[in-house]
Write a new protein. Structure first.
Length: 313
């Protein structure tokens, strides 16, 4: 029955004079053409590396990436200014309804895990914190010490993650300050003893670390956050991120509205492939699409820096 159906379909096409040459033509393919995409500015450094390698691997392709706040990325997505966006969340149910109304069908896949890191001034003795203390600092209700909280900007994915996942809708306090850039967060904390900054993991890792062993920048202190289950204070090392032991872990997704196998799909496939995942790993992010071995290792002879030997995939 299935064979007869196929034959009937082919005969019908012949009678109607339809051929493959009449199929819709698209301006780009998986490996050629040009496309504009929007990406969360938090990940600019590593995404620029991805783009360079992709463009050099496919000389007939040109991916132009616009780095914006997460909110602006979604705005571009729904206004069809970007067929592909790189952001830290998937579509909400209400956004999926909007996609249905606009008659396009979104797809999304998680690429890597990332951590939201907390940093304090080198003179600040408070480098061990628990979640209730951090919530109190964010809302301005913590009274033992007055902190100025520093984010990159008010509409960043970091602010959205903290308010959604940690504060559960509670408002940020009047002590919150926007530094307007990721480097601005580090610079502000470095100069102000009473500041606490929130940053992506890549922003506080030492880029000169050839082995990507989790060496942090020296001009600020990275806070270790208490894990209630393990009864330990943990810093955002990749192993703790992969094992979901560090408390503040989020994911980076690609979200696509491409309706055919175009350049957006080609770039997304590259990010999911071996080379793309390795570039993420060297950019201090935890790859989700390749096998990772986590072994016991001692780092700088500090406590809380070892993990059980496990394999993550």
């Amino acid at each position: 029955m299935r064979l007869l159906t196929v034959i009937s379909f082919i005969v019908s096409l012949t009678i109607l004079g339809i051929s493959c040459d009449d199929a819709p033509k698209h301006p780009d393919t998986l490996s050629s053409g040009a496309i504009d995409i929007s990406a969360d500015e938090t990940y600019r450094t590593v995404i620029e590396e991805q783009s360079k390698v992709f463009d050099s691997s496919f000389p007939n392709a040109k991916v132009t990436i616009h780095y914006k706040s997460e909110g602006e990325c979604f705005k571009d997505y729904f206004e069809n200014k970007a067929r592909l966006i790189l952001v830290t969340r998937e579509l909400t149910p209400d956004e999926k309804k909007i996609a249905d109304q606009k008659q396009f069908y979104p797809t999304s896949v998680s690429l890597v895990k990332d951590a939201v890191a907390l940093i304090v001034n080198n003179e600040n003795p408070d480098s061990l914190m628990d979640v209730p203390m951090i919530k109190g600092i964010l809302t301005g209700e913590y009274t033992k010490k007055k902190y100025t909280v520093v984010f990159d900007n008010q509409s960043s994915s970091l602010v959205r993650y903290i308010t959604d996942s940690l504060l559960k809708g509670q408002k940020l306090g009047a002590n919150v300050y926007a530094a307007k850039s990721h480097q601005g967060v580090v610079d502000y904390v470095m100069k102000n003893p009473d500041a606490i900054g929130f940053a992506g993991l890549a922003d506080i890792c030492d880029s000169s670390d050839p082995g990507n062993t989790g060496t942090f920048v020296k001009n600020v202190r990275v806070v270790a956050v208490y894990n209630d289950t393990m009864k330990e204070y943990l810093k955002p090392y990749l192993a703790y991120i992969g094992l979901k032991e560090y408390p503040f872990v989020r994911k980076l997704y690609y979200v696509s509205r491409e309706s055919y196998a175009g350049l957006g799909t080609g770039f997304a496939n590259f990010l999911l492939g071996n080379r793309g995942q390795l570039i993420f790993a060297y950019g201090h992010l935890y790859p989700l699409k390749m096998e990772i071995s986590i072994r016991d290792v001692e780092i700088n002879k500090e406590p809380n820096n070892t993990t059980n030997s496990k394999t993550q995939k």
